[in-house]
Ligand binder design. Structure first.
Ligand code: CO
Ligand code: CO
Length: 317
């Protein structure tokens, strides 16, 4: 699609980044993003919280501060009780309140399939925008949240996840990437994206694709929900995993010795996943320390950026 050029557009359609960024003045830019989807958990209030945390995340991934948000609602009012929608919106509002973001409006349409999400506007200094493409060889890679939410959501839909697992994965999906984003800006990083629908390896490929660099990921260091590995072994794999694998197969090399569940977990589509951050090894260590001290218990250094092989992600044991 051809879009006319605007000199104030810092990040637009052609960059495959997490959100759009537009310069208003020399020291102020706005970040804009929108995200909505069908329920990932049964509890409407939790779904609202998760959808809001997920929508805010793209602003955090760019290193920005979300300011305002608008609700997007598709609701089957003829077949579903309106109290369900009220609970969803209450969850969204509570999450926005926690993030200190103001709800300024929204729009709803009649739809046979329930969907909810938000458009979010944030601010950032134009020179402080963190792109997904700035990684350099030698960088360490940090992942702030464990993988496996797609597989566990599939298990929840199949009625196979116990209450404890549902509660754990719900809290993780509803948790904000806010603090992680603030800390990465404090430390200073080269690149960041949030891990969502394309899975860890899909977003990892996005980080290196136009950069003539490579990436190594050490499978044993990647934080993963133990339950997700169990469910993957039982074959509870969401359809999106296969699409993610097919799309990036030519860019990813699995070394001998990598466990056979690894492709399913590393390509698992995440809802409201963690930040994937690329920065120098010294800063990565400092950032990891800060993240561990602020409740990001599962955060880990999972790999590094390499000179070669360019355009490839190598997964080692
Ligand atoms: Co994103
Ligand atoms: Co998004």
């Amino acid at each position: 699609m051809e879009v006319p050029r605007d000199p104030n557009l810092i990040v637009g359609l052609d960059s495959f980044d997490d959100a759009g960024v537009y310069r208003l003045t020399d020291d102020l830019a706005i970040i804009q993003t929108v995200d909505f989807f069908t329920p990932v958990v049964d509890d409407p209030y939790d779904f609202g919280r998760i959808a809001a945390a997920n929508a805010l995340s793209d602003v955090y991934a760019m290193g920005g501060k979300p300011i305002t948000a608008m609700n997007l609602v598709c609701f089957p009012s003829k077949s579903m009780d309106i109290s369900i929608l009220r609970e969803i919106l209450r969850g969204g509002v509570d999450k926005l309140h926690e993030a200190e973001v103001t709800l300024v409006g929204g729009h709803s349409v009649e739809d046979p399939e329930l969907k909810y999400g938000l458009s979010v506007t944030g601010v950032i200094h134009p020179c402080k925008v963190v792109l997904n493409s700035g990684a350099v060889p030698g960088d360490s890679l940090i992942l702030t949240k464990p993988l496996g939410t797609g597989i566990i959501n599939t298990a929840i839909k199949a009625g196979m996840a116990d209450e404890k697992t549902v509660a754990m994965v719900t809290e993780q999906m509803a948790s904000l990437n806010r603090r992680a984003s603030e800390l990465m800006q404090e430390v200073g990083v080269h690149a960041c994206t949030d891990v969502t629908g394309f899975g860890l390896l899909g977003h990892a490929c996005g980080m290196i694709q136009n950069n003539s660099i490579g990436m190594t990921i050490y499978c044993s260091t990647v934080p993963i929900f133990a339950q997700a590995i169990e469910f993957a072994r039982m074959g509870l794999i969401p359809g999106g995993t296969y699409r993610n694998r097919d799309f990036r197969a030519h860019m990813v090399e699995f070394a001998a010795g990598v466990p056979d569940w690894a492709p399913d977990l590393l390509f698992d589509p995440q809802t409201s996943g963690g930040l994937l951050i690329s920065t120098s090894p010294e800063k990565a260590k400092a950032l990891l320390e800060k993240l561990h001290c602020t409740g990001h218990r599962d955060t880990a250094i999972i790999g590094e950026i390499t000179e070669e092989p360019k355009g490839k992600v190598t997964v080692l044991e």
